[in-house]
Design a protein around this ligand. Structure first.
Ligand code: HOZ
Length: 425
């Protein structure tokens, strides 16, 4: 028995499904999750001492690669000052100033502890600001696991084949309306059906939790225009795209400004952290400035802030990192596309900059319905082939591959070689 198998067996006894987040359980691909002992740069090492080239990157935040020396040093230094105070610190101010200086339209920002919390709070702010109850989300977009947003969610919910989570009351989701990603007419229909009742439209500017689905030409601008016209708060959920597509996230990358933006793990370099913010006028509804309550003892935690400040400073001061990860991503994803073309594999490659994935369907994937056509069993076989050959991918058809600044051309060539072998066998 391998050490991962041994740990998984123990975990199954005391943790639901043996994991603290469902996708990690390998349910959709079968087999035993690798228990990770350490990580550095583009590689991780499991408890059995086996090294893998990693394309999960803690689901996005490891833009600089795992265990970046500078970030680690700042965390260790911060630990020497104390772990949590439940009182304001200078680091929180520096972090907020940094985020406001990098993200378009960010005038005020509130730190929280995860992307889930950021989204939950941003929706509350939008409702408080507009005095309206309903929100629009897109099928297959994932915005964390708070009750009101668990409708046709992507990621682990989609993988389990359940459109909605059990345990969420009808009341909690009664004001959540689901539209079709990349289809503006589906949004217009809802806006017409509920005039002056929609508080917010929340969207993943690049959907990355039903696999990677880029926004169609004009889709994000169309949402911007509709929100402006109907007095609706446009929320970009940048938990995955923020500080990844560009220093200013998807807003900068696509040149579209949202009213509120949500961030997650990415702004803490992997530490448990999140944030939401945007226009001062909207953020002024947040307590204690306004009537919308939101709080948290660990919000703005000094260790998380230390990691985040260092990582964001590096990203801000080194724009070449973005050129680098985009070029590496394109080298990988265009390389995969070429292999699919050569071999005639019935797959579709979607990618945006350093995010991408292979869908095991020959048809274009533009939304939830088309993503669901994927042959998840075929993905599972491919996943295990890659894992057996030392490449660690997200264990689900509906998760992205994340390329970091630590991935080298050799890493990518090695990956492409494996993929070529797989599809020519
Ligand atoms: N489904 C999550 C990412 N989109 C997985 C998070 C985790 O397991 O850490």
């Amino acid at each position: 028995m391998s050490r991962s198998e041994e740990l998984f067996a123990r975990a199954l006894e005391v943790i639901p499904g043996g994991v603290n987040s469902p996708v990690r359980a390998f349910r959709s691909v079968g087999g035993t999750p690798r228990f990770i002992a350490s990580a550095n740069g583009s590689h991780i090492v499991d408890e059995d001492g086996k090294t893998y080239l990693d394309f999960i990157g803690s689901w996005g935040p490891m833009i600089l690669g795992h265990n970046h020396e500078g970030v680690r040093r700042k965390v260790l230094e911060a630990c020497m000052d104390g772990l949590s105070f439940g009182a304001p610190t200078e680091r929180e101010v520096i972090m907020a100033e940094l985020i406001c200086s990098m993200v378009p339209g960010m005038e005020m920002v509130r730190m929280v502890n995860s992307g889930t919390e950021a989204v939950m709070s941003a929706l509350r702010a939008a409702r408080g600001y507009t005095g309206r109850d309903k929100i629009i989300k897109f099928a297959g977009n994932y915005h964390g696991h708070s009750d009101s947003i668990l409708i046709k969610a992507g990621s682990g919910v989609m993988e389990g084949g359940v459109p909605d989570s059990s345990g969420v009351t009808r009341g909690a989701t009664a004001d959540t309306l689901s539209a079709v990603y990349n289809d503006l007419s589906s949004v217009e229909e809802i806006l017409d059906q509920y005039p002056e009742q929609i508080a917010a439209i929340i969207v993943e500017p690049v959907a990355a939790n039903m696999g990677v689905v880029p926004p169609a030409e004009g889709f994000l601008q169309g949402l911007r225009d509709l929100c402006t016209k109907h007095g609706v708060v446009l929320i970009f959920d940048e938990v995955i795209t923020g500080f990844r597509l560009a220093a200013g996230g998807a807003q900068e990358y696509f040149g579209i400004q949202a009213d509120l933006v949500t961030f997650g793990k990415i702004i803490g370099g992997g530490m448990p952290v999140g944030a939401y913010g945007g226009k001062k006028e909207i953020m002024s509804v947040i307590s204690p400035l306004g009537p919308v309550y939101q709080a948290g003892t660990l919000s703005g935690n000094p260790i998380a802030m230390a990691a985040g400040i260092e990582m964001l400073t590096i990203l801000k001061e080194n724009p070449s990192i973005y050129t680098g990860i985009r070029e590496t991503g394109e080298y990988l994803f265009n390389g995969i596309q070429a292999i699919l073309d050569e071999t005639g594999a019935p797959c579709t490659m979607n990618h945006v900059s350093s995010l991408g994935n292979i869908f095991f369907t020959p048809d274009p994937v533009v939304d939830y319905t088309s993503a669901q056509k994927s042959d998840t069993a075929a993905f599972g076989r491919y996943f295990h082939y890659m894992l057996d050959n030392g490449v660690h991918l997200g264990p689900s058809q509906f998760e992205a591959m994340f390329v970091s600044a630590a991935h080298t051309r050799e890493d990518i060539d090695q990956t492409l070689e494996l993929i070529r072998k797989y599809f020519t066998k």
